[in-house]
Design a binder for this molecule. Structure first.
Ligand code: ASP
Length: 335
């Protein structure tokens, strides 16, 4: 959705060093459950994708373009629970959600409950640019995608054997919903995160050389979720938020708790109204507000000064960041 609000005056005029951060989900990701080969694969993909975003920023591209491309690449990678590789609902279907926000103008676009759009983040970006609305659901979102030239696919496109097996285990174990990246029953599948407790949403946040912030989030949701359930990822202020006044955030974790705590916006509010630093605000939300309500997961955050925080309260989170002119840093576990 486009609007005339412009926060750009809030960003200082001196050139900031651009930086991008990405995540590929959080959960009970343990070294013990991960083979060396799988670990290298995840790290290589994270580095490749964060480097692509870094290259856009290095060439003078916008934060909005950098996060769009990084999330598109994460959607294309079947290792992560978004786009190709998305998890299954209890009913054996795929329902994808995505959101993008421009911190300069507070423009935002989001879609949820779609199963025929190859790259939900690109459609969310079209909503941001071409629609007076912010959030489209289901068939309406898919009609909007078709009308805006988006690549459509059959739902089978999203199938991966690994995710299907994950659903069968969840149903057999009667665990209820589960995050895409958690560690115990991984052993059966060779999956580095226990399907019972893992989150696999993807996201990106960035600040560009003009000091503009942007955030993007995309997900298949939680394995074994009921059809029709929507989590935090497409919800502005919960799974995704960006304002040049403060911070850009993308969340991953138990979506219901991120929604109930308005987690992403809470970080921005703590910074804007209570004067907390990025590190203080993200710590407060991730460790002190989400955890007591059973909210497991984390977030990636870049503030208007170019500070980066990648906090999580689970065992691990696939994550990385890259400042222009510096080598990318990628990691999985607690250090
Ligand atoms: N937050 C996502 C959801 O609740 C799941 C995840 O992060 O993996 O849909």
């Amino acid at each position: 959705m486009s609007s005339s609000t412009d926060n750009s005056a809030a960003s200082v005029s001196n050139k900031k060093r651009p930086v991008i951060a990405i995540h590929g989900g959080a959960g009970a990701i343990t070294r013990a459950a991960m083979s060396v080969e799988k670990e290298q694969l995840y790290l290589a993909e994270l580095e490749r994708i964060v480097s692509s975003g870094q290259a856009i920023l290095a060439a003078g591209g916008s934060a909005l373009d950098a996060v769009t491309e990084a999330v598109r690449l994460l959607e294309e990678c079947p290792l992560f629970n978004a786009g190709k590789g998305a998890v299954f609902t209890h009913q054996g279907t795929h329902e994808l959600d995505a959101c993008i926000m421009d911190g300069r103008t507070l423009d935002a676009g989001a879609i949820c409950g779609v199963s025929h759009i190859r790259n939900p983040i690109l459609t969310a970006r079209k909503v941001l640019e071409n629609s007076p609305h912010v959030l489209f659901t289901g068939a309406g979102a898919e009609d909007f995608a078709r009308a805006n030239g988006q690549e459509m696919v059959e739902p089978e496109y999203f199938f991966t054997q690994e995710r299907y097996d994950q659903l069968q285990r969840a149903i057999a174990a009667d665990t209820g919903v589960m995050l895409d990246h958690d560690g115990a029953s991984l052993k059966a599948s060779g999956d580095p995160i226990d399907p019972e407790r893992k989150f696999g949403t993807v996201g990106a946040v960035a600040i560009d050389e003009s000091g503009n912030l942007a955030a993007a989030t995309s997900t298949g949701g939680m394995t074994n979720k009921q059809a029709g359930r929507v989590g935090d990822s497409p919800i502005i202020g919960a799974g995704c938020y960006a304002s040049n006044n403060t911070v850009a955030i993308s969340s991953t974790g138990t979506g219901e708790v991120f929604m109930r705590t308005v987690a992403a916006y809470d970080v921005a509010a703590l910074m804007e109204y209570a004067g907390l630093t990025l590190a203080e605000a993200t710590h407060k939300v991730v460790q002190e507000k989400l955890l007591p309500l059973g909210g497991s997961g984390g977030m990636i955050a870049v503030d208007k000064f170019g500070n980066v925080e990648l906090p999580f309260n689970s065992e691990g989170m696939y994550r990385g960041f890259a400042r222009v002119g510096e080598a990318p840093v990628v990691s999985i576990y607690r250090s």
